[in-house]
Design a protein around this ligand. Structure first.
Ligand SMILES: Nc1ncnc2c1ncn2[C@@H]1O[C@H](COP(=O)(O)OP(=O)(O)OP(=O)(O)O)[C@@H](O)[C@H]1O
Ligand SMILES: [Mg+2]
Length: 323
């Protein structure tokens, strides 16, 4: 299982944004020393509260943002080199993104057919004559039947869950290796969330697509993703096999996230009293553990040094001084 091909490899990724416009050197650090691997046919969930740098990480992978520091390798090659050799279009084909708001990502003046046929044409995936049957096959695959009727509709004529299925069909039309799914179910009605997660699970398990699954919800991370990384203020604080991270969380922040999930938050964690400290604005000059301001176990060293990585088991890692 661990010998699967590594598709994306991120090493010590850093992203700074300017804070305001007056002083150029006034920066905030949105992503700080983040490293992970995404393997073929596997899902990595990135879990964390608002502002933890999840979307920024995904935007760097799709080249929407430049990175400040660190390395991103695609199939073993630095992304810039890969693009030089194979072209931006080819990289974009292989690394697709789906978003939280399926309505915002679809064009209201075009039919569903248009949305799915377009990437097939842009990426030269098939002969023009073959496009209709490919579009119908994709609609079938994502569960939007009857396919011909669905193809003729406009985005506003579909439900939120159906629109997200269109966004997924559009992403898989070009046969990508990776889908970066940025909170793909959080705007959907609770009743249709599981259907979308199961569709993504099928694409992963049966079609070998790798997923980066960004979410606030650690319970769905465990349900869908083999691996989970917990982020706090741009830092990865705990990561590994989803089962290990969710059943045996070590970092106080992971414990906090899990204590909010009724079915997995066990009695032993109810005593977790998180301080009402501020969420820090992280700067390149900031030191210490970002969770120290809220951590019930914080000691003096936590405010001075970011903890080194401790290995808990073969596939389970944490950065906390209290290990
Ligand atoms: N283009 C930008 N310019 C300046 N700051 C930005 C920019 N994009 C993101 N940030 C800042 O970087 C930090 C991380 O943002 P990001 O959108 O990655 O968080 P997130 O984890 O995806 O949050 P959410 O769960 O709310 O989507 C935030 O403090 C945000 O304000
Ligand atoms: Mg986000």
């Amino acid at each position: 299982m661990e010998n699967k091909e590594v598709i994306l490899s991120v090493k010590n990724l850093v992203k700074d944004f300017p804070l305001g416009q007056s002083v150029k050197s006034n920066l905030m650090r949105a992503v700080n020393d983040v490293s992970f691997e995404l393997k073929k046919g596997e899902a990595l969930a990135i879990v964390g509260e608002s502002g933890s740098g999840k979307s920024t990480g995904a935007r760097i992978l799709t080249q929407i943002y430049d990175k400040t520091d660190g390395e991103v390798l695609f199939k073993g090659q630095p992304v810039d080199e890969y693009i030089k050799e194979n072209g931006q279009l080819e990289y974009s084909r292989q690394v697709q993104m789906i978003f939280q708001d399926p309505f915002g990502s679809l064009n209201p003046v075009h039919t569903i057919y248009h949305h799915i046929a377009r990437p097939l044409l842009i990426h030269n995936r098939a002969d023009k004559k073959a496009i209709p049957s490919l579009v119908y096959d994709l609609l079938e695959l994502v569960g939007l039947t009857p396919v011909k009727e669905t193809a003729e509709k406009y985005p506003h004529e579909l439900s939120g869950g159906q629109r997200q299925r269109v966004a997924i069909a559009r992403a898989i039309a070009v046969d990508p290796d990776v889908i970066l799914a940025d909170e793909p179910i959080s705007m959907l009605d609770v009743s249709v969330r599981l259907g979308i997660l199961n569709l993504m699970a099928d694409l992963k398990d049966k079609h070998g697509i790798s997923f980066m699954y960004i979410t606030h919800d650690i319970a769905t991370a465990r349900y869908f993703a083999e691996k989970t990384a917990v982020m706090y203020v741009g830092h990865m604080v705990e990561w590994g096999n989803s089962d290990d991270v969710t059943q045996n969380p070590q970092h106080p922040y992971s414990k906090l996230l899990l204590s909010a999930v009724p079915e997995v938050g066990n009695a032993g964690r109810r005593d977790l009293e998180v301080k009402k400290g501020e969420i820090p604005l992280w700067k390149p000059s900031s030191v210490g553990c970002p969770f120290a301001t809220r951590c019930p176990k914080a000691t003096e060293i936590c405010t001075r040094e970011m903890p080194a990585t401790s290995q808990i088991s073969e596939q389970h890692f944490v950065r906390c001084h209290n290990m």
